[in-house]
Design a protein around this ligand. Structure first.
Ligand SMILES: C[S@@+](CC[C@H](N)C(=O)[O-])C[C@H]1O[C@@H](n2cnc3c(N)ncnc32)[C@H](O)[C@@H]1O
Length: 220
């Protein structure tokens, strides 16, 4: 799906089905309860959340729903430089959530700031230079916490995904791209070494890593 010339119908189907796949594997329900909700509660005012590299937008739409159910007023922005992702995300939109075709550096240059910055499944896509720039931008965009969630590489994750994705992958890129993503992803100590200070890498659920750091936008 990274190929700009890939089949648009398969791409659209992949973005739609990410909703179910991310619900099954990404542990954002847990991260919401343990990280996002306490942060929103502590703020005690309307919050702005940014999902960097939002893809089809399903993770952000889900977080917006969880926050609304808990009575928080939240403005959610999903950003991705890939216009195909933004188009898919806008199809899924809900009130209080908007999607912009911009990357992290453009958002920063535009003076945007957020109370919480998150990403899902972006880190393993990036080479060393892009990783440094993406995570650096995320710190500079956040006055609160930054949470980057990703897959933890491992043989069992690979084997379980191979079996589990079979009934869901017809007509999509979920099988090929998902397995490639698991091969490219980090184990927790590797990610900690790649990111360095101020990041702490946790394992919030089986087969998951979560890089956590305090944002630096409030230090200006
Ligand atoms: C595998 S997708 C993840 C999509 C979505 N977060 C999910 O979990 O389904 C990675 C996305 O990161 C985006 N991306 C890469 N570098 C970025 C940057 N510097 N700022 C914002 N998005 C970026 C890519 O365009 C791509 O859509």
């Amino acid at each position: 799906m990274d190929d700009p010339d890939c089949d648009p119908r398969a791409l659209a189907a992949t973005y739609r089905r990410f909703d179910l796949v991310n619900r099954l594997v990404s542990a954002w329900g847990h991260v919401y309860r343990t990280r996002v909700r306490p942060e929103l509660r502590a703020l005690g005012r309307p919050a702005r959340i940014l999902d960097l590299g939002c893809g089809g937008g399903d993770v952000l739409v889900r977080l917006a729903g969880l926050a609304a159910r808990d009575g928080f007023t939240v403005e959610c922005v999903g950003a991705d430089p890939d216009p195909r992702a933004i188009s898919a995300a806008r199809d899924r939109g809900r009130p209080g959530v908007r999607f912009v075709a911009q990357d992290s550096t453009a958002l920063l240059a535009a003076g945007e700031r957020f109370d919480l910055v998150i990403s899902n499944h972006v880190l393993h896509h990036l080479d060393a230079a892009a990783l440094a720039s993406f995570t650096g931008d995320s710190l500079a965009l956040s006055t609160g916490t930054v949470l980057h969630a990703d897959i933890a590489r491992g043989r069992l994750a690979y084997a379980l995904y191979t079996v589990g994705i079979a009934p869901l992958s017809a007509g999509t890129f979920l099988r090929v791209d998902g397995l490639r993503s698991i091969r490219r992803s980090y184990r927790a100590p590797e990610l900690a070494a790649a990111l360095g200070s101020p990041w702490r890498v946790e394992t919030p659920a089986p087969f998951r890593v979560l890089a956590v750091a305090p944002g630096e936008a409030g230090n200006d």
